[in-house]
Design a protein around this ligand. Structure first.
Ligand code: MTE
Ligand code: MO
Length: 337
């Protein structure tokens, strides 16, 4: 397969030594042994411990992973039991079962769901190993779901329960956080559209104050928002194409997947912001401050469209370490100007 087809649209390829930890970092392990249960529309609800899983047929799956915040990582190999194997043992109801939902051993009882026919077709895996080692705790060990051909948020860490359902039960990211329920990276099914009402939105724009607001997918193309206060706001997937944002305050804001293409960000403050997957191509970033921000999957140039960065732009080592080698090369060169 050509590189072009292998990398889904608008993804950034990470170097293979990097595997960021996204979302919850720790599980809430059961007090007794780790049990994975299969419930819902099955003839026999079943419980599997880790030894039971190890005795079932093991499948190896070479896979590229694609995070919704625009980073991808190639050439991973997961190993474990197919979802199908467990569902067949439990005797799932072939007539009524339409969806499958996964629950995690975690403080927010994290969940995600899939269309059952697609999950079986895509060979969803309950993985216990990665690259010939046990799956590390922070990456979902001892057992996590691996859903190929979907953004990685469909791959639940720390699997506790598999529910076979007639009606879909939306997962944690999908229900209240605006993540697309289908999550196909080749169709860029990242987020659903904004649900903010137009009156509230106009009021916020007029006051230039988004601080502490949680607004998904807003579109502020070409607006004058100079000096905007967006401290601690959550503005995921915002569209700030050519927006005037000089002196804007984005400290501690969540701007994952925001698009700042050709925006004026002169002296904008991004300290401590989550900028995973944000696109700064062509933006004016002189005197902008990125100290303490998270930059996995962020980009500063794309085809022929380069951010204006020079020695006045502030980055720290951790931020620079998160961007791809090509992006880093461009940023480092610009910083000497
Ligand atoms: N239990 C649980 N599973 C989860 C999440 C989470 O927060 N909790 N985050 C999801 C998201 S958004 C991603 S991108 C991947 C990240 O997996 P990693 O931390 O192993 O890279 O896990 C997914 N599964
Ligand atoms: Mo993600």
């Amino acid at each position: 397969m050509s590189e072009r087809k292998r990398l889904p649209p608008n993804q950034q390829l990470l170097d293979e030594s990097k595997w960021p930890i996204i979302g919850e970092r720790l599980c809430q392990a059961p007090t007794g042994p780790w049990i994975v249960s299969v419930t819902g529309l099955v003839s026999t609800p079943l419980k599997f411990n880790l030894q039971d899983l190890a005795q079932l047929p093991q499948v190896e799956m070479p896979l590229d992973i694609h995070c919704v915040t625009r980073w991808s990582r190639y050439n991973m190999t997961f190993k474990g039991v197919l979802l199908e194997t467990l569902l067949e043992k439990a005797g799932y109801d072939r007539d009524r079962a339409q969806f499958v939902s996964f629950q995690a051993y975690s403080s927010r009882n994290h969940s995600t769901s899939l269309v059952l026919s697609e999950a079986l077709e895509q060979k969803v895996l309950l993985a216990t190993e990665v690259d010939n080692s046990p799956l590390p705790d922070n990456h979902g060990g001892p057992v996590r779901v691996i859903t190929p051909w979907r953004y990685f948020y469909k791959s639940l860490k720390w699997l506790k329960e598999i529910k076979v359902l007639e009606e879909d039960e939306l997962g944690y990211w999908e229900k209240d956080n605006g993540y697309h329920n289908h999550a196909d990276p080749w169709k860029e099914e990242r987020y659903v559209i904004s649900d903010i009402d137009i009156v509230t939105y106009r009021e916020l724009l007029k006051r230039r104050d988004f601080s502490h607001q949680n607004i998904l997918s807003i579109d502020a193309e070409k607006r004058n928002l100079e000096g905007l206060n967006a401290a601690s706001a959550s503005l995921r997937n915002a569209r700030f194409h050519r927006t005037q944002l000089a002196n804007a305050n984005f400290t501690q804001a969540n701007l994952s997947n925001a698009e700042f293409i050709k925006a004026n960000l002169y002296q904008a403050n991004f300290t401590g912001a989550d900028l995973e997957g944000a696109n700064f191509s062509g933006a004016d970033l002189r005197f902008a401050d990125f100290t303490g921000s998270s930059l996995f999957g962020s980009s500063f140039f794309d085809s022929g469209n380069y951010a204006l960065i020079n020695h006045t732009t502030k980055f720290d080592q951790a931020g620079l370490a998160a961007i791809t080698p090509e992006q880093l090369k461009f940023v480092e060169k610009s910083l000497t100007r």
